[in-house]
Write a protein that binds this ligand. Sequence first.
Ligand code: GDP
Length: 434
Amino acid sequence: LPVLAIVGRPNVGKSSLVNRIIGRREAVVEDKPGVTRDRVQYEATWNGRRFQIVDTGGWELDVFGLDAMVAAQAEVGIENADAVLFVVDATVGSTDADEALVKLVRKSGKPVVLCANKVDGLSGEADAAMLWSLGLGEPYCVSALHGRGSGDLLDAILAKLPPAPEQRFGGEAVGGPRRVALIGRPNVGKSSLLNKVAKEDRVVVNEVAGTTRDPVDELIELGGKTWKFIDTAGIRRRVHQTAGADFYASLRTAAALEKAEVAVVLIDASETLAEQDTRIISMAVESGRAVVVAYNKWDQIDEERRYYLEREIETDLVQVQWAPRVNVSALTGRHMEKLVPAIETALEGWETRIPTARLNAFLGELVAAHPHPVRGGKQPRILFGTQAGAKPPRFVLFASGFIEAGYRRFVERRLREEFGFVGTPISISVRVRE
Ligand code: GDP
């Protein structure tokens, strides 16, 4: 969904405006600036168009200027948005804090709509006219309290937002079946596994395929839930090893990953890990999807193979160390019941959001106990951080100087130890604040 970031100082009426827009009285969050205040998200609809509103929290200049952490929070909120709704209190007019905020919005280059709130009468309109001075164009006069002007404001907002992506794949609505890509090189047992799970439980619907070349997604009931398995036609059809087959298989895998939320990477446990296996694992990791590693043909492995397998896991599978692993047999049905819990665990990690307060409590302790090594007489410090998004979790850390790769890896490792993130890649970017 297109995202609208709503920004403004505390008490300009952002919460009442949000309530107006989403058309219901939802938790009116206390409009207080501060790090502990998370960006709050809502879903809204206007004229049949859906979009998401992210409230970046209140802004105030403190004695040192703009509070760095609040600014960082809003910055990340604005960056992740498609457009910005800038709310000003018309009865107060523009303040220094408003102007500091204007600079930040400008820097982002995002389209912006200026809203003059608390315009309850004619004198209010005169006040609002003063807001042209902010250089953000026409102020839309609104009274969030009385509902006045919110229709025009919403029209202006929608004009700045990109259209919602078409529902290319049915069932992508929130709360729809989770989408699983079953991937792996030829002959690892994808088709056997699919048949096994689809037989024991039930294939609910075979989605209509236009031609045989079209991908077919199947809804399969597993563990009491319905799952959508992506591109099952590509799995069930015998792939002949002709020239270029590899290339097309790879395209197909990429397309399936694109549509999926979670990837189950199937590996043949009875054979030495092939280069193609590692390539497919890399594709899954880089796609940013949740990942489960499933070793198939477990009925075929002996003590010796098992020994080498464990070495392979330690060396060749380091890039997915965090993924849940299941050892199954599509032939005998061994451990098939462990597949769904593994997928659920991975999806849970993938969707995790760490509250800003908790993240910063953790970072504060970490940095105090394990400071970054001193470089050139200076000690770069991680000052604070915020989670920019989920699916997969993405973090932005703000630092006082260049943070070395080794220290970044250390922070990632400790983040995983602290918060889990089983089955999901996570990304951490560091920004240096002068
Ligand atoms: P796909 O190309 O990944 O879809 O692999 P298939 O499902 O076609 O399986 C390839 C071969 O491996 C077939 O001969 C299957 O019977 C065999 N196979 C699949 N799963 C297992 C398993 O768990 N154990 C054993 N022993 N053989 C299996």
